[in-house]
Design a protein around this ligand. Structure first.
Ligand code: NAI
Ligand code: AKG
Length: 447
């Protein structure tokens, strides 16, 4: 059977075995699209059920999370942790708290995480978790009680050599604090390396908060350099206004570009003078308010309710909000407006139709598993510091992050060249991420 025939047979089986999980199917299809050329060249990668094993999580944990709201009502949420693949190191990946979370979503994110973590060059396996809990509008006490109940069950599945969660949508420093507090209480041990994204005074790493946004911007800088240009004077549109988006904006400004628009689920703001980060942080990080408040307080900005942020003409587009937020029509608009580069700060924000359009138009496009690897890479740096009871300076940690992102860029570019598709970061990321995991799976036998 040809490489192509093998992957389409396995893909059909994956869809059958995982019915009703379209995001997971989409993530698998995107990786599989790149694998047939590897299997043609190295047929042994299809031996020993390797691809089938890669698609099946090592363990999937689903649990009840009961908690009491401020009025005393008992609410029951569902918790998930998918421990996907641990051949390169302990399961590593974030926790997402959002009402849309379900098993298929967590599996898509966990699957992506395997290749991302492999590409980072650090010794971490892939996993992801979360809950259908909606933090929006909840008080601090409610968030704390939810996190405590979530960790009361999850703690037995974690450990610094087993599984190390971090944040994702809806889970930031505050939630990691409550989760770590409950883990410490349940285990009676100060096991710093069991969670990353911790506060700086209790085992956290400098730059982890900034790392995903900074990393995505470092990656874009390398993409532009490969095209003989840089970020100076470029207009950048960044969707979202959460952790990834805020620190992408910060780094874009530091590297001489101007971030002119950002969004939340209610709409987007445009500020041609450049997004005022202090104001944005105050609204989003401190008050946890809506993006429309930005335009109310800044005369150079206007708010567009609903609509698509990708209508705003730009040189560089950084989707940093959520999956499938950039459609085929959005891609056509960006291409018409002359976009040079697109890099995914979020996980799988680009639909397959949009991805196809960018590739056909020759727009430089970086998939999330490469462009947003800076977050998890810096989590691995946090684990290194925890293991050695050390804590590094901001500048040193930022240099390490920048070097890791240059290496990820080089790994993707080099692999794409090797397979005769120079500049195809999707192919490069998928193959480079896959080969390292596959080699380790062979070495460890059928497990
Ligand atoms: N936090 C991290 O270190 C990493 C996050 N990611 C990915 O980056 C993305 C964003 O995550 P975070 O910034 O951490 O989450 P966050 O919870 O801090 O922010 C998410 C942002 O996206 C916005 N958003 C959600 N749905 C939206 C929609 N339909 N339209 C417009 N905006 C929408 C929210 O309003 C919020 O501003 C996710 O895809 C996540 O998986 C990837 C790598 C690491
Ligand atoms: O830092 C981590 O472990 C998780 C980051 C994450 O969830 C991601 O890369 O999507």
């Amino acid at each position: 059977m040809t490489g192509n025939g093998q992957v389409s047979r396995i893909y059909d089986e994956v869809v059958k075995r995982n019915a009703g999980e379209p995001l997971f199917h989409q993530a698998v299809a995107e990786v599989f699209e790149s694998l047939s050329v590897v299997l043609e060249r190295y047929p042994h990668y299809a031996d020993a059920g390797l691809i089938e094993r890669l698609c099946e999580p090592e363990r999937q944990i689903i649990f009840r999370v009961p908690w009491q709201d401020d009025e005393g009502n008992v609410i029951v949420n569902r918790g998930f942790r998918v421990q996907y693949n641990s051949v390169l190191g302990p399961y590593k990946g974030g926790l997402r708290f959002h009402p849309s979370v379900n098993l298929g979503m967590v599996k898509f994110l966990g699957f992506e995480q395997i290749f991302k973590n492999s590409l980072s060059g650090l010794p971490i396996g892939g996993g992801k978790g979360g809950s259908d809990f909606d933090p929006k509008g909840r008080s601090n006490s409610e968030i704390m009680r939810f996190c405590q109940s979530f960790m009361t069950e999850l703690h037995r599945h974690l450990g610094e050599y087993t599984d190390v969660p971090a944040g994702d949508i809806g889970v930031g420093g505050r939630e990691i604090g409550y989760l770590f507090g409950q883990y410490k209480r349940m285990t009676n041990s100060y096991e710093s390396g069991v969670l990353t994204g911790k506060g700086l005074t209790w085992g956290g790493s400098q730059v982890r908060r900034e790392a995903t946004g900074y990393g995505a911007t470092y990656f874009v800088a390398s993409m532009l350099e490969a095209k003989g240009t840089d970020l100076a004077g470029k207009k950048v549109v960044i969707s979202g206004s959460g952790n990834v988006a805020i620190y992408a904006i910060e780094k874009v400004h530091q590297l001489g570009g101007t971030a002119i628009a950002c969004s939340d689920s209610s709409g987007y703001i445009v500020d041609e003078q450049g997004v005022d980060l202090e104001l944005l942080k105050e609204i989003k990080e401190i008050k946890r308010g809506r993006i429309s408040e930005y335009a109310e307080q800044r005369s150079t900005a206007h708010f567009v309710e609903g609509g698509s942020i990708w209508d705003v003409p730009c040189d560089v587009a950084l989707p940093c909000a959520t999956q499938n937020e950039l459609s085929g029509d959005d891609a056509a608009t960006l291409i018409k407006n002359g976009v040079l580069a697109v890099a995914e700060g979020a996980n799988m924000p680009t639909t397959p139709e949009a991805l196809k359009a960018f590739r056909e138009a020759g727009v430089a496009f970086a998939p999330g598993k490469a462009a947003n690897a800076g977050g998890v890479a810096t989590s691995a740096l946090e684990m290194q510091q925890n293991a050695s009871r050390d804590s590094w300076h901001f500048e040193y940690t930022d240099e390490r992050l920048a070097a890791i992102m240059r290496d990820v860029h080089e790994r993707c570019s080099e692999t794409a060249r090797e397979y005769g598709k120079p500049g195809d970061y999707v192919l490069g990321a998928n193959i480079a991420g896959f080969v390292k995991v596959a080699d380790a799976m062979f070495a460890l036998g059928v497990i």
